[in-house]
Design a protein around this ligand. Structure first.
Ligand SMILES: [Zn+2]
Length: 358
């Protein structure tokens, strides 16, 4: 069989030693004679970046060849599935490229007028929100992304972008269109309305309190902390310091409490997923850093890695285990990542959409 290969190793999360065969892109445990052994190591279901941006840089949409390189940089670190948390670029062409990771899109960011990074999102007023949500729900792959709070230049601080009734209408509209809703939130004040109105996920979440994480846990609302991004808050504070000292102080305070906040969410049972926030300010290909940063927040190694692999795949409705007949999508490492997450920086084999790509 020319198109068959084998991989031996300990398959996570169970850690059982197996010989995995890939025939015509699909997994089988039925031995295939003469299959080349492509790797031997620790086998992890394809990594997931649950918050990144393809087709975006600090100035807005980028040309296709730049988007392609972003996706390849992510792929090189084992990211084979991404939840794109908002992009102004049309990246549909990537779906037809068997050599590029799969993308679950949230369409384009929906932001309040003059309350977000220029050229990123739709910038609208509350009465327009349901129409824009419906449009992006149709354009995306089951997610809609709201900008829940941002600096309000008149207030000189982070404030909620939307009144409660607009939030309710937005979430109801998205759900009616079969899409889940997530929101960018740095501060405290936007969170109660979003969570009580039935949002599905919070991005960053640095303003979460003990009460709110309990409410998220009981409602099953997910959190994507973007730990690497949150580590940059002091830079954003410094950039805003002279004109917006209250905002700067607020960002530093959120940063100072970040470990406690995110560990509190984890301990309350909020489902946490790994998102690098690559694109925009941060480079692509940093999912390994994000998993290590989550572990640094006090999240156990298996939960931190699961947040970027099997648990995230399940959350996003994709194959989460190496089961008989499933499309082969996994990464092989030379050592057990659960013993040392730094090994995530050194994948030895990457199998994407049934094919060896590295
Ligand atoms: Zn983002």
């Amino acid at each position: 069989m020319t198109d068959a290969f084998a991989v031996r190793g300990y398959v996570l999360p169970e850690g059982e030693r197996r010989e995995v065969f890939v025939v015509e892109g699909r997994i089988t445990f039925e031995p295939v004679a003469d299959a080349d052994v492509a790797a031997d190591g620790w086998i992890v279901p394809g990594l997931v970046d649950a918050h990144c941006h393809i087709g975006l840089d600090e100035n807005g949409a980028v040309p296709d060849e730049v988007a392609e390189q972003q996706a390849l940089d992510d792929r090189a670190t084992g990211t084979l599935l991404m939840r794109d948390a908002g992009s102004p670029a049309d990246t549909r062409w990537i779906d037809d490229r068997a050599d590029l990771p799969r993308i679950i899109r949230a369409g384009r960011h929906i932001a309040r007028t003059k309350r977000y990074i220029r050229n990123y999102g739709h910038e609208i007023e509350p009465p327009e929100l349901p129409d824009y949500v419906a449009m992006e729900a149709k354009r995306g792959d089951g997610w809609v992304k709201l900008v829940g709070d941002w600096i309000d230049r008149d207030a000189g601080d982070l404030t909620p972008c939307w009144p409660r009734d607009a939030v309710e209408a937005a979430i109801e509209t998205a759900h009616a269109h079969g899409a889940r809703v997530t929101a960018h939130v740095f501060g405290e004040d936007a969170l109660p309305d979003l969570i009580e109105s039935g949002i599905d996920c919070i991005e960053h979440g640095t303003g979460l309190s003990a009460d709110l994480v309990d409410s998220m846990a009981s409602r099953g609302v997910a959190l994507v902390p973007t730990a690497v991004q949150v580590d940059n808050f002091p830079q954003y504070a410094a950039a805003g310091e002279s004109r917006y000292p209250t905002y700067a102080r607020h960002m530093r305070d959120l940063h100072a409490r970040r470990h406690e906040t995110i560990r509190g969410a984890y301990e309350a049972g909020v489902p946490i997923y790994a998102g690098s926030d690559s694109g925009g300010a941060l480079p692509h290909g940093i999912i390994a850093s994000e998993v290590q940063a989550l572990a640094g927040y006090g999240i156990g190694a298996a939960d931190a890695l699961g947040a970027a692999s099997w648990r995230a795949r399940e959350w996003l409705g994709r194959e989460s285990t190496l089961r008989e007949g499933a499309e082969a999508e996994f990464v092989v490492y030379p050592r057990n990542p659960l013993d040392d997450l730094r090994v995530l920086e050194q994948p030895t084999r990457i199998v994407l959409r049934g094919r060896i790509v590295a």
